[in-house]
Design a protein around this ligand. Structure first.
Ligand code: NDP
Length: 447
């Protein structure tokens, strides 16, 4: 990055937010890659667009007290970051995980704004969550937490203001408890949350949308850049949660063999292919671990280190667990094993160094904000269906998802090519997303 304006903005933010490494990492990646666009648009500096673009419109933090099954009061910290509403109401998931802090919330909300812009739907950027860990808690404990969390959050959200959704640790069960509490306090039945159950306004195809969308994006990339597809390829997938599971399903559906997956308990490898039905039963229905899957799959090999996944030979790698799960060493192992395509299902799963390494080595790379936009896209469809008081069929949703994910790939690819390197899809995604947001910000004056 050599543009003086961008360097100055980054320097300021680095001084102010020095204890926020994930946020700084995300900002650096974006500012660095939008540089050619900023060089062409001097009005951005005059109007202070970049300074405003990296500053959240609002951050809400709050106390979440709840009572555990032994009758003891527990306290967690709740967050909602309303980052940018230039192109629509804030939209982004709720993460429930012990690692949640303001840096992680800000990086996710910042990225979400660009991702939502790429979907072409009118949604701004937001994210929220808490350091509460649903793992090991009873259903009643999760309900008490969710009700307390929503008791405060409901003051700040609404169908036309801010529409949260699921993320790590927040699935159908948690969304159900939160929706119930919102409805009870506000006395309104609106599309204030997405990822809802089908019996009360959820959209068909939402659960599988991020994982399926990721594979539609990757398949289009393989087709356009290498005239190939998932057919006959060996795939590895990290994280056997909402995104990972349905990425496994769609990769198989498109003709690939998924040879390995992981979760926090370890890595499982089966050269003949992972058994999707068993994986789904263990992870989604029973909320158990990969090590429990391995015990039931007689051809599987299990190791306790989740990082072992990246040493397994594959054609396509789909990181779908969490931020910074692939570092430079992992990237080198993948490239040495002749990976041809890496597509990010999780948010920022590759470090800056790992991403650069993939691009330098001409690996087909799908950056998260483009490749995993399928989830928020179908959330956008859910909002439309709720407003219309109508429900589309699974086939309608899936067809729109596929088409839109392919469109996102083409937009990102064309943009990357326009700026000189078709493999730099990070630049393509960041400039495409930023262009729309900055145009809206310019049009709306200083706010
Ligand atoms: P889930 O909580 O459903 O799943 C996360 C999975 O990742 C779990 O299987 C978890 O293991 C595993 N995991 C967590 N940390 C590690 C680690 N260090 N190594 C290996 N595995 C790990 O979350 P989601 O699937 O919803 O989200 C995953 C990622 O995708 C996040 O980055 C999220 O922000 C992003 N995303 C999610 C979207 C959605 O629609 N849900 C949309 C767009 C992005 P275990 O089960 O053992 O805890």
């Amino acid at each position: 990055m050599t543009n003086e304006y961008l360097l100055q903005v980054y320097k300021n933010i680095k001084e102010k937010d020095k204890n926020e490494p994930e946020f700084l990492q995300a900002v650096y990646e974006v500012l660095n890659s939008i540089e050619p666009y900023v060089n062409e648009h001097p009005e951005l500096e005059k109007n202070g667009i970049i300074e405003r673009f990296v500053e959240p419109e609002r951050i809400i933090t709050f106390r979440v007290p709840w009572v555990d099954d032994s009758g003891k009061v527990q306290v967690n910290r709740g967050f909602r970051v309303q980052f940018n509403s230039a192109i629509g109401p804030y939209k982004g998931g709720i993460r429930l995980h012990p690692s949640v802090n303001v840096s992680i919330m800000k990086f996710l909300a910042f990225e979400q704004g660009l991702k939502n812009s790429l979907t072409g739907l009118p949604m701004g950027g937001g994210k929220g969550g808490s350091d509460f860990n649903p793992q090991g808690k009873s259903d009643l404990e999760v309900m008490r937490f969710c009700q307390s969390f929503m008791t405060e959050l409901c003051k700040h959200i609404g169908a036309d203001t801010d529409v949260p959704a699921g993320d790590i640790g927040t699935g159908k069960r948690e969304i159900g408890f939160m929706f119930g509490q919102y409805k009870r306090i506000r006395n309104e039945f609106t599309g204030v949350l997405t990822g809802k159950g089908l019996s009360y306004g959820g959209s068909l195809g939402r659960t599988s949308a991020t994982g399926h969308g990721l594979c539609y994006f990757a398949n289009k990339m393989l087709d356009k850049m290498a005239n190939t597809s998932f057919e006959g390829k060996k795939v590895i997938v990290s994280g056997a949660g909402n995104v990972g599971l349905y990425a496994v399903e769609k990769a198989m559906d498109l003709g690939a063999t998924v040879v390995a997956v992981n979760d926090i308990s370890g890595t499982v490898y089966n050269e003949k292919g992972i058994n999707f039905d068993l994986l789904k039963e263990i992870k989604e229905e029973k909320r158990l671990f990969i090590k429990d899957y391995a015990a039931l799959d007689k051809d599987a090999k299990f190791t306790e280190n989740p990082k072992d996944l990246w040493k397994i030979k594959c054609d396509i790698a789909l990181p779908c667990a969490t931020q910074n799960e692939i570092d430079l060493e992992d990237a080198k192992a993948l490239v040495a094993n002749n990976v041809i395509c890496v597509c990010e299902g999780a948010n920022m799963p590759c470090t800056l160094e790992a991403t650069d390494y993939f691009i330098e080595n001409k690996i087909m790379f799908g950056p998260a904000k483009a490749a995993n936009a399928g989830g928020v896209m179908v959330s956008g469809f859910e909002m439309s269906q709720n407003s219309m008081r109508y429900a589309w069929t699974f086939e309608e949703v899936e067809a729109k998802l596929k088409q839109q994910m392919e469109n996102i790939f083409i937009e990102v690819y064309d943009c990357a090519k326009h700026y000189g390197n078709e493999y730099n899809t990070v630049l393509g995604a960041n400039i495409s997303g930023f262009k729309k947001v900055s145009e809206a910000m310019l049009a709306q004056g200083v706010c």
